[in-house]
Design a protein around this ligand. Structure first.
Ligand code: CO
Length: 300
């Protein structure tokens, strides 16, 4: 009898201790969920429509969840601040969310590939989730191109957003950003995937591979006469307007025109099309679901 009473007392004190421990580690603060959208950013006013479109669609999909933004480019944040627009870095946005009592945050990368920008974002989020009394759970939503399934979905979005005026024998050349990061291989993988559906769609990059010379050779091999140039970046910013369609002699448009191709540029970022935004939103939904299920931290 005494033994049993002792056991009950011991077990009871363990429970009291456990709940006190949980309380000390943030168990007292009520659950508050939030979303943080993270993009590279653009200083061009005409490129902001892309961000506005994503913002609208995310808020429609997550009606009651506060949505905040952060921009990873230091240069762009500086430029915008000089014009009176204060944009948050990822660390700044997460600090504010921590101070505002958010306990569960789904961070969605609006990048195209899982490159350096994404790695840095994930590292920052990881650091924030380890802070004492900080945000209890942070999950990461994958960028546009992360899996084989994404390659298929992105290919479908590309095919659906090609200008209707384009004829079958005409080519579409997409300009991706490109990177020295191993994830750069996704651009060539995307070209392979999309060409299984349409052999005249090409994917090149400004700062990685495949380079425009390679694309030009492929265009010549297929005896193509007309090329539609489209940015494969979330916003039609500086690269799209200058490196792709600009008047400089080394722009893709100038280069291909000199080589005898007739060129027509479309200045619209992927984030301006609902077809692409739906893929980012689906990734956010996955991240948000992991938030609901898990109490711990989760990085993918
Ligand atoms: Co760049």
């Amino acid at each position: 009898m005494l033994k049993r009473l002792l056991l009950v007392l011991m077990f009871g004190s363990v429970l009291v201790w456990a709940s006190a421990y949980a309380g000390h580690h943030g168990g007292v603060s009520p659950r508050k969920e939030g979303i943080l959208l993270v993009a590279f950013g653009s200083s061009l006013p005409e490129a902001q429509v892309a961000f506005e479109n994503i913002d609208r669609q995310v808020k429609a999909a997550f009606a009651d969840i506060p949505v905040r933004w952060a921009y990873t480019s230091h240069i762009i944040r500086k430029k915008m601040a000089a014009r009176g627009h204060q944009l948050d870095s990822v660390a700044m946005a997460l600090t504010k969310m921590m101070e505002d009592g958010f306990t569960h945050v789904a961070v969605q990368s609006l990048h195209t590939i899982r490159g350096e920008e994404f790695d840095n974002l994930a590292a920052t989020a990881r650091a924030f989730s380890r802070m004492p009394e900080g945000i209890r759970c942070i999950t990461m939503g994958a960028p546009l191109l992360s899996t084989q399934d994404d390659l298929e979905k992105v290919s479908a979005a590309i095919l659906a957003t090609i200008p209707p005026a384009r004829k079958e024998q005409e080519a579409v050349v997409l300009m991706g950003h490109g990177s020295h990061h191993p994830a750069n291989a996704f651009y060539a993988a995307l070209m392979f995937n999309v060409q299984r559906h349409d052999s005249h769609v090409f994917v090149g990059t400004v700062e990685g591979a495949p380079e425009i010379d390679v694309i030009q050779t492929l265009l010549a091999e297929k005896k193509i006469k007309k090329v539609y140039l489209m940015p494969f970046m979330s916003v039609a910013g500086d690269h799209a307007r200058n490196d792709m369609a600009g008047p400089d002699e080394d722009s893709w448009k100038s280069l291909l025109t000199r080589a005898g191709f007739q060129c027509e540029a479309v200045l619209k970022g992927t984030a301006e099309y609902d077809n692409f935004v739906a893929i980012w939103v689906a990734h956010l939904q996955e991240a948000y679901q992991r938030l609901s299920k898990k109490h711990g931290h989760d990085y993918k």
